[in-house]
Design a protein around this ligand. Structure first.
Ligand code: PGD
Length: 770
């Protein structure tokens, strides 16, 4: 029986939702924010994760690095560790930072350190590490764009305008609920994605908005291989097209609209440039192939009559076109993003309430919401004077090919020679593709430093690993630009083992490097929170809005912020007066043909949207398409050792879905352990046989921790189910060089061998120095 019947629940926040938590008899209790209509179950990963053996208890140094010093070493990831006490390890690391800085300069340090880390705005690991490297070296080699939207964020500014506005200040869920008549969702709008928002989210509204819209008569149509990519509440009609072929389907919809005179020529004339060039391609005048429904049926697997009927249903109605981020996380990912806008323009819907182009609506919880009318707390990262960068998903290329040229966004660039990689708040052995290649890349550097709260594969590959606190173990402020609730994230529990806040680690290192005044500005963490909060408080007071001082905010636990009106953003303004409110594109209009993009001369991304047949297509040895999408029971790989994530696995393995026809052809039954494989690698998973997937497609979500059976092999079997051993490490195109991890090809077989144990959550072997 509990000795403490009324533990104090204190406010906290995470990317997957605002919640409160308390400790009772050594157990963590969590409960969602009472105002959240549809809380995200992922918060249930916290209790079992908090004191799990997978947590890192003390600093460690890889034995080979300690004994032989910095340098390339392919034993990273399978070497033993030596525990160290904090002062000794910080001295050691400060010495290595000095060595690399003095001998090779900032251009030899990769601090791109991509990753979502945790929700608080001060202990945001990316801000902390960038600020530290700017203070220590005056800069570092950075990364640009994200694994989420690498292709979209590069093509959109050339052809549509501001990427942030397109995703964040555009069609809202309120508009969908009230105005949309048809929502045509390419790739769907899966709730598992919208349930997550960087910086925290207090109300999950998407399910309710779709339910309300449907009750009003709105029709939802899902184009994509997975039925579950729109929730049941939407009542969606499912068009299970072949993955990666959406651009062809969109082209055929536009072709039908044009051929039958159903398009809005007045809109195209007034608001777009380049239609005549595109029309020549569409109608086949440029290449002899009209992009009509019969043509598209062969590519997409959707019958021609169904395509034509769908096009006709769109005319004269308030139509919202959405394109999921997932579609651009594939070869030629720029094309569906651009073509979705062309379809919305041809329908004349852009800028209307609940209509037009809601690119990536539903991909993240802060899309489709009103923006806050006051700024939130933001830690300055300082200035990176070095200035070199790579597109984020090109990390293995960079490490493996120093000095080599590559194309990006119209430029020819060169990969730098990196000696030291410093990572905090991310897990490249989760987020990167072709993990066997990534292992080779990490074997090349002199030193890999990682701050982590748990023994991820990235931590296991580090030379110096410093244990970081988990969000529940420190104070912070939760804030997202499109959620009205700013949260005073109270500390719920003392740090695990010897774990320290990233800030405190960097503060100690900066003291050793004599840059602590620049890095800390003399503030403790609490003083920083007070300092960062002041910006919001001042903005509230300037607007005459109710404001609390910091102490009152901390005591209250949260503060509701005023929000900007739901006015359709720049797209509505552009529609109302395109001369007064031009888009920030070269022409000020929607660019259906872009002279800028055409001028780059890339065959992989021509001057107008086009169907570009992919290289990575089913073949006799790999006849199935693999969708490696976002998981539902954790955020990426975070807290994969938590209870909610573990409960969704089968026999400890991640679950892969496949169609009954594909299962039967391979003698696979529901619940069997299967092996997925291709030329790059292989992993195990548990089979879920379901008709909710298109035949010929297998789905295995990301996030199960990489767990190589025999790490000394070149291509070890991942026994846990990490699909990134199978995915391809190639850019979307020479334009954006985005991540293509969403889609590849594989074969699947029933696994009949002895089932290897899961070791991903066991700490690696560590012995004190003799
Ligand atoms: P996370 O698992 O969120 O994945 O990749 P990302 O690297 O962001 O990693 C965050 C890490 O930070 C975790 O290991 C966590 O323990 C650690 N962490 C949390 N809080 C703290 C902290 O305070 N301090 C420190 N030091 N560490 C902390 C996500 C990326 O994966 C993304 S955004 C996308 S969209 C991509 N999606 C796909 C995909 O669709 N398909 C494939 N195949 N691959 C993908 N990879 C990408």
């Amino acid at each position: 029986m509990s000795t403490d019947p009324a533990p104090p629940f204190r406010p906290h926040s995470s990317h997957w939702g605002v919640f409160s938590a308390a400790m009772r008899d050594g157990e963590l209790l969590v409960r969602p924010h009472p105002g959240d209509p549809d809380p995200n179950g992922i918060i249930d990963n916290f209790p079992a994760a908090l004191r799990h053996p997978a947590r890192i208890a003390q600093p460690m140094v890889r034995r080979g690095w300690l004994e032989r010093g910095p340098g390339p070493d392919d034993r990273r990831g399978r070497d033993e560790f030596v525990p160290m006490e904090w002062n000794a390890v910080l001295d050691l690391l400060a010495g290595e930072l000095r060595r690399v800085g003095m001998r090779h300069g900032a251009g030899a340090v990769f601090g791109g350190s991509y990753g979502w880390s945790s929700a608080g705005r001060f202990h945001h690991a990316q801000s902390q590490i960038h600020r530290f490297l700017n203070a220590a070296f005056g800069g570092y080699v950075a990364s640009v764009n994200s694994y989420s939207s690498g292709a979209a964020s590069v093509i959109v500014p050339h052809v549509l305008g501001n990427y942030e506005d397109l995703t964040k200040n555009n069609v809202t869920w309120d508009q969908v609920a009230q105005h949309s008549e048809v929502v045509l969702a390419f790739g769907g709008m899966a709730l598992r994605n919208a349930m997550v928002a960087g910086g925290g989210i207090s109300e999950h509204v998407e399910r309710g908005a779709m339910e309300t819209a449907r009750a009003r008569g709105c029709e939802f149509i899902l184009v994509g291989p997975l039925r579950g990519d729109l929730p049941e509440e939407s009542g969606a009609e499912w068009i299970p097209g072949i993955p990666g072929t959406d651009t062809a389907l969109m082209l055929a919809l536009v072709h039908t609209l044009v051929a039958e005179g159903r398009h809005d020529q007045a809109f195209l004339d007034r608001y777009t440039v380049g239609w005549p060039v595109f029309a020549r391609y569409l109608l086949g005048e440029a290449d002899g192939q009209p992009k009509d429904a019969d043509w598209a049926a062969r590519i997409t697997g959707v019958p021609a009559e169904q395509i034509r009927a769908l096009a006709r249903r769109l005319q004269g109605r308030r139509v919202l076109i959405t394109v999921a981020h997932a579609l651009q996380r594939a070869e030629h990912g720029e094309q569906p993003v651009w073509m979705g806008a062309v379809l919305a323009a041809v329908l004349g819907q852009i800028g209307l309430p609940g209509g037009g182009y809601g690119y990536a609506l539903g991909a993240i919880g802060y899309y489709g919401r009103r923006a806050n009318a006051v700024p939130g707390p933001t830690l300055s990262q300082g200035r990176n004077r070095h200035g070199n960068f790579i597109p984020v998903a090109r990390i293995a290329d960079m490490l493996l090919n120093p000095g080599t040229e590559y194309r990006y966004n119209g430029q020819t660039r060169r990969y730098p020679e990196i000696r030291l990689v410093y990572w905090a708040g991310g897990n490249p052995f989760h987020h990167h593709q072709d993990l066997n290649r990534l292992r080779q890349a990490f074997a090349r550097v002199d030193t890999l430093v990682v701050h982590e709260l748990a023994w991820t594969a990235t931590a296991r590959h580090a030379d110096i690993i410093l244990p970081a606190t988990m969000t529940l173990e420190r104070e912070d402020i939760g804030y997202s630009s499109h959620d009205p609730l700013m949260v005073a994230m109270h500390r719920i529990v003392e740090p695990f083992g010897e774990a320290r806040d990233d800030y405190d680690i960097f503060a100690e290192l900066s003291r050793r490097l004599r840059v602590d005044e620049v890095f800390t500005e003399g503030r403790s963490s609490r003083e920083w929170l007070r300092h960062l909060y002041a910006r919001t408080e001042e903005a509230l007071r300037a607007q005459g809005a109710p404001a609390l001082d910091f102490d009152a905010f901390w005591e209250a636990g949260s503060l509701r912020l005023p929000q900007a009106p739901d006015d359709g953003g720049p797209w509505r303004a552009f529609r109302e007066d395109p001369d007064a409110n031009p888009l920030p594109t070269p022409s000020g209009k929607i660019e259906i043909f872009s002279e800028t993009v055409a001028g780059f001369g890339e065959a992989s991304c021509p001057g107008h949207p086009a169907w570009l047949p992919p290289e990575d297509v089913p073949a006799p040895a790999t006849p199935l398409q693999l969708i490696a999408n976002q998981p539902a029971t954790r955020l990426h790989s975070q807290l994969d050792f938590g209870g909610h994530s573990a409960a969704a696995k089968h026999r400890g393995r991640e679950v892969a879905m496949l169609h009954p026809a594909d299962a039967e052809a391979r003698g696979i039954a529901d619940g069997d352990i299967i092996r997925l494989f291709n030329a790059r690698g292989a992993c195990l998973a548990a089979a879920r046989v379901s008709p909710d997937i298109r035949p010929g497609v297998v789905q295995l979500p990301t996030g199960a921790w990489y767990d190589p059976e025999n790490p000394e092999e070149d291509r070890p079997l991942c026994v846990h189910g990490n699909p990134n051993v199978l995915t391809r490490d190639v850019g979307t195109s020479a334009l954006a060089q985005g991540c293509t991890g969403q889609l590849t090809v594989v074969e699947v077989e029933r696994f009949t061998g002895n089932l290897p144990p899961i070791r991903a959550f066991e700490p690696p072997s560590a012995k004190p120095e003799a």
